[in-house]
Design a binder for this molecule. Structure first.
Ligand code: ADP
Length: 484
């Protein structure tokens, strides 16, 4: 699938350290989840190379932060434009290693690029403050300064956007970065890094350390324990987030964590049912259900339950599953065998406890799974508590608003939530009552670069995107001026 790239030089398989492509001693395979075929072998780095990348980033930092915000913004803008110009090739690389359909991959490339555009603009607006004095002989000033070297560990479900969402604000603020992309999707990361090089990113400002699963653990330890790294940003599972947080404790690092979710999607009886079905399809089945904001639990009010389930099954039944490179496909494979096993376990558990398959419920080939709708789902089932991360919509029945708010909040997670209602009072009440970082009201799609993305409770720390997205990468410094 990668033979047809317009620009074959975007296919990089070495890591990027201090502006040089590094082959590393060992290599690891990257495979196509749709076919299992090997796509490339990529540098499998370890401790020594990670230290070298951190040194490079540390050396580059004073030079990068000394540039004016406008100079940094110009390089970021160039990078943004190159990503947009190369969107077709980037999408092909992404579909090959991640599996999502080509049109969806292209959508992610543009979404990923939008963070670079946004933060290139925000770079120029990192304002300080002057505080009215309480001592006529003194003046109080506040400035914001780049934190220093930042590390980022990113997941496979959005191979480009999860990188740009962290790297763009860091670079805009004047920080330098070392990125460890997911072992499943390093090619997208390296292609984007190649475009950063072409945009004129100085050596050492953006470094990419590639590694397989085992080496990723080693590298994680180096990044967390390093005195050079001032900030660690991670998107991935809550379980790994906890490990990283613990590893960062001795050096008191600032942390941005974007962890798991368990999104409720509530349909009240006053909702526009067709619109709710459309939103549920977009939220649930996008990326084959492999996003941290995917609807995980669908709660539908008693009086519209049967109608909603029937409409949802009809629409979900029209989703075409197959290789993401083929025309007309809307759902690709799941990322790996473990992902398929989890989906199968959740469905089997639900069926054993009394749920009913309305649609799907089957694996196709090795890593494909049919869009699935389960009815009569109850709170004692696994899918009520854990993220399924697959194309399975479990539909729960509820009677009252109070009951469903309690059910929705009954989880340690708090990332995205959704509800459908046309009643303005209810929109406010429920919007305020949901213990989540994000609430989609009458929509299943909420993420854009301009808004703060992030969770509460065990879904994470910090916000990415929006003007808040830069806060994690700057230190607030107070200057007290005496002897006036
Ligand atoms: P997912 O379930 O999405 O694969 P993970 O949390 O396992 O999420 O992985 C997300 C990222 O974290 C990947 O880049 C992976 O290599 C990395 N990772 C996984 N375990 C560790 C670890 N113990 N230390 C550092 N990085 C890790």
């Amino acid at each position: 699938p990668l033979a047809s790239l317009k620009d074959a030089s975007l296919l990089k398989t070495h890591a990027l350290i201090n502006g040089e492509w590094v082959a590393g001693g060992a290599r690891f395979d990257v495979t196509d989840p749709a076919t299992g075929a090997k796509l490339a072998d990529v540098a499998n780095l370890g401790e020594v190379e990670t230290e070298a990348a951190l040194q490079a980033a540390n050396t580059a930092w004073p030079i990068w932060r000394a540039k004016t915000a406008k100079e940094r913004a110009a390089i970021l803008m160039k990078w943004y434009q190159l990503i947009v110009q190369n969107a077709d090739d980037l999408a092909r690389i992404m579909t090959a290693e991640q599996g999502k359909p080509l049109a969806e991959a292209r959508g992610e490339v543009m979404y990923g690029a939008s963070f670079i555009e946004w933060f290139a603009e925000e770079a120029k607006r990192i304002y300080g403050e002057t505080i009215p004095t309480t001592d006529s002989n003194k003046r109080y000033l506040v400035i914001k300064q780049a934190m220093g070297v930042c590390a980022a560990i990113t997941p496979w479900n959005f191979p480009i956007a999860m990188i740009t969402r962290k790297v763009a604000p860091a670079l805009a603020a004047g920080c330098t970065v070392v990125i460890k992309p997911a072992e499943q999707t390093p090619l997208s990361a390296l292609a984007v890094a190649e475009l950063a090089q072409r945009a004129g990113m100085p050596a050492g400002v953006l470094n990419i350390i590639t590694a397989d699963g085992d080496s990723s653990i080693t590298i994680g330890k180096v990044l967390c324990s390093s005195d050079i790294v001032r900030h660690l940003s991670f998107t991935g599972s809550t379980e790994v987030g906890r490990i990283l947080m613990k590893q960062c404790a001795p050096t008191i690092k600032k942390l941005s964590l974007e962890l798991g979710g368990n999104a409720p999607f509530i349909v009240f009886e006053d909702a526009d049912l067709d619109s709710a079905v459309e939103g549920a399809i977009a939220s649930k089945y996008r990326n084959a259900g492999q996003t941290c904001v995917c609807a995980n639990r669908l709660y539908v009010q008693d009086s519209v339950y049967d109608a909603f389930v029937a409409k949802l099954a009809e629409k979900a039944g029209a989703i075409k599953v197959g290789n993401g490179f083929e025309a007309g496909i809307n759902q690709g494979p799941l990322i790996d065998d473990q992902a398929i096993a989890k989906v199968e376990a959740h469905v089997a558990d639900a069926l054993a406890k009394g749920a009913r398959v309305v649609l799907g419920g089957q694996r196709i080939g090795e890593r494909f799974y049919t869009p699935t709708v389960l009815a009569d789902v109850t709170s004692d089932m696994l899918c009520a508590r854990e993220e399924t991360f697959g194309p399975v919509a479990p539909v729960f029945r509820f009677k009252t608003e109070t009951e469903v708010i309690a059910l929705a909040n009954d989880t340690e997670f708090g990332l995205a939530s959704y509800f459908y209602s046309r009643d303005i009072g209810r929109v406010y009440r429920v919007g305020e009552a949901l213990e989540y970082g994000m609430v989609g009201i009458n929509t299943g799609l909420i993420a854009v670069a301009e808004v703060p993305f992030g969770g509460v409770k065990q879904s994470g720390l910090g916000r990415e995107g929006s003007h808040h997205g830069i806060d994690d990468y700057v230190e607030v410094k107070y200057l007290c001026l005496g002897d006036i």
